[in-house]
Write a protein that binds this ligand. Structure first.
Ligand code: GTP
Ligand code: MG
Length: 195
């Protein structure tokens, strides 16, 4: 994929603010701090297109990145961040759910989990719920640079088991540091978005 254009085009909290162009969309879901914004930056080879922070809860809106006037990469707010109020959590939950439930342009959801840890209850719920809606789902296990090859090979089957993934469900180890998994993810995105 040759990136000619990568721009933050829309910031939305409400469906009325989603873009109208009709391009296919790929959404990135996952726990706060798991590396969604970093993964988007890696995909498009830009260091700081999507804002990254070591403080969880950075992305609080749905951010639509226009790629080549052909596709939107959609950065969702992270879930499961403990240090926000119940009120705030409900608000983010609603923003995420509304988008994932209703968006016609959504072709693929990439669920990010941390390769070092067992998926959380929220991760399991998200995977189960998305599969039940019939959405195409791929799981990316992030921060693979933090583990040895042996540890990666040990953890991947544990993540599969914990999320109850089927044999044909795709799980990709990914690192925004080493770019492991980048090509594979692009191949999948291109396949589902027919670009
Ligand atoms: P929210 O916007 O809060 O939901 O977080 P996010 O999922 O967008 O995470 P973000 O990309 O902001 O990354 C969180 C932290 O993890 C930052 O300090 C990143 O530098 C770090 N990080 C993300 N991906 C990787 C990775 O592949 N390897 C390493 N070593 N660190 C990473
Ligand atoms: Mg973010």
């Amino acid at each position: 994929m040759i990136i000619r254009k990568a721009e933050l085009e829309k910031v939305a909290v409400d469906p009325s603010q989603y873009p109208l162009a009709g391009y296919p969309e790929v959404a990135f879901a996952g726990r706060s701090n798991v590396g969604k914004s970093s993964l988007i930056n890696s995909l498009v080879n830009r260091k700081s297109l999507a804002r990254i922070s070591s403080t969880p809860g950075k992305t609080r809106t749905i951010n639509f990145y226009n790629i080549n006037d052909a596709l939107y990469l959609v950065d969702l707010p992270g879930y499961g961040y403990a240090k926000v109020s119940m009120e705030e959590k409900k608000k983010w939950g609603k923003i995420i759910e509304e988008y994932l439930n209703k968006r016609q342009e959504l072709k693929l959801v990439i669920l990010l989990v941390d390769i070092r840890h067992e998926p959380t209850g929220d991760d399991k719920l998200m995977f189960e719920w998305m599969k039940a809606t019939g959405s195409k789902m791929v799981v990316a296990a992030t921060k693979s640079d933090k583990l040895s090859k042996n540890q990666i090979n040990k953890n991947l089957p544990l993540i599969r088991k914990s999320l109850n993934m089927a044999l044909d469900d795709i799980l990709i180890p990914f690192s925004s540091e080493t770019k492991q998994g980048r090509e594979e993810l692009w191949n999948i995105i291109e396949k589902y978005c027919l670009i």
